[in-house]
Design a protein around this ligand. Structure first.
Ligand code: ADP
Ligand code: MG
Length: 317
């Protein structure tokens, strides 16, 4: 049997002989949470970007620098963390200073925006790959976890879904969009905006949060599994950009939204009595469904019938 990424992590890395009392959340959430001081915990996350897998040789190195950091910050956002430090491990085929200048422009523009300091890393010669570890503070015992969704919670997503998946399909000539709408869609893929500020506003408000890196369906399922609950969502409620709606079939844009990944929006749940409080926060979000006690994900199509289209997220293996 071919094991997927999560089976492999479960089989080879989750069981250990050491469990330290200062680890509050280990493997299995968007970031680990470790005890720091009497007011704060630390959130720590790491992600790798590989050439031809997460970006292409022809990509603007400034976009690559931005994205490598942004995807890590997205995981911190999903914990409600304020980023503070970052390390950067780079494997480069050549000492290409033009490329490095571009990369650093994108990387440091974003790190400066969030007042994050680069505190170390590694530089080796080899196939182009970028590994980043990002760390930040969360209020003590206040991190936003995947495991705390409760039946009757309302489920929300930020921004719009499917844009990045559509942009990738556009680059592969699998879809066609008018010139006028391309830039905005491509920017979502190349320069995702980590939802740090929204994560912070969700502290004390959200029950469960995850960032959508592998498609809504797969990532919502992580919340359901970790929280031991189910969910019902409605396709007609999914926030889809007009450019997708006006140029693609519903089948295509719902597929991007549910399965394509790389949107780096947040999916979160709140108890129903927090709805008024949520409406006061400064962000774009949409309610897409509710948490149930069924332990499965029910997706309703535009006519209210069960949706049987693809829901598998991005699979690494
Ligand atoms: P995300 O998509 O939020 O980055 P992943 O799906 O990549 O999270 O990983 C799921 C969980 O498994 C995370 O907690 C991550 O830290 C952990 N994980 C992934 N790979 C490994 C590994 N090789 N060793 C230990 N933990 C891992
Ligand atoms: Mg994540």
């Amino acid at each position: 049997m071919n094991m997927n990424e999560f089976d492999l992590i479960q089989r080879y890395f989750t069981a250990q002989s050491i469990y330290l009392p200062n680890v509050k959340v280990g493997i299995g959430d968007d970031a680990a949470i470790v005890a720091y001081d009497e007011h704060q915990d630390l959130a720590i996350t790491t992600d790798t970007l590989l050439i031809n897998k997460h970006f292409f040789e022809s990509d603007d190195p400034a976009h690559i620098g931005h994205k490598a950091l942004a995807v890590n910050l997205s995981d911190l956002a999903a914990m409600g963390a304020s980023p503070v430090w970052v390390t950067l491990s780079l494997s480069l085929p050549h000492a290409n200073e033009n490329w490095l200048q571009g990369f650093c422009k994108g990387f440091f523009e974003l790190s400066t925006r969030f007042k994050i300091q680069l505190i170390g890393g590694d530089l080796t010669q080899g196939p182009l790959s970028i590994s980043i570890t990002a760390m930040g503070y969360v209020p003590k015992n206040g991190a936003l976890l995947r495991s705390n969704a409760k039946p009757n919670d309302l489920i929300y997503v930020t921004g719009t879904l499917g844009d990045a998946g559509c942009a990738l399909a556009l680059l592969k000539n699998q879809v066609n969009l008018p010139e006028s709408g391309r830039t905005i869609i491509l920017t979502k893929l190349k320069k995702p905006d980590p939802r740090i500020s929204i994560g912070l506003q969700l502290l004390n408000l959200a029950h469960a949060v995850i960032d959508i890196s592998d498609g809504l369906a797969a990532d919502l399922k992580h919340i359901l599994e970790k929280s031991q609950v189910g969910a019902q969502i409605e396709l007609k409620k999914l926030p889809i950009s007009n450019i997708l709606k006006n140029n693609l079939s519903p089948e295509t844009y719902f597929d991007f939204a549910l399965t394509a990944g790389e949107d780096y929006e947040l999916c979160f749940t709140i108890p129903p009595d927090k709805k008024n409080e949520l409406e006061k926060i400064n962000c774009v979000f949409t309610q897409i469904g509710t948490i149930t006690d069924t332990k499965r994900l029910l997706i309703l199509d535009e006519n209210g019938n069960p949706y049987h289209g693809p829901t598998k997220g991005f699979q690494h293996f």
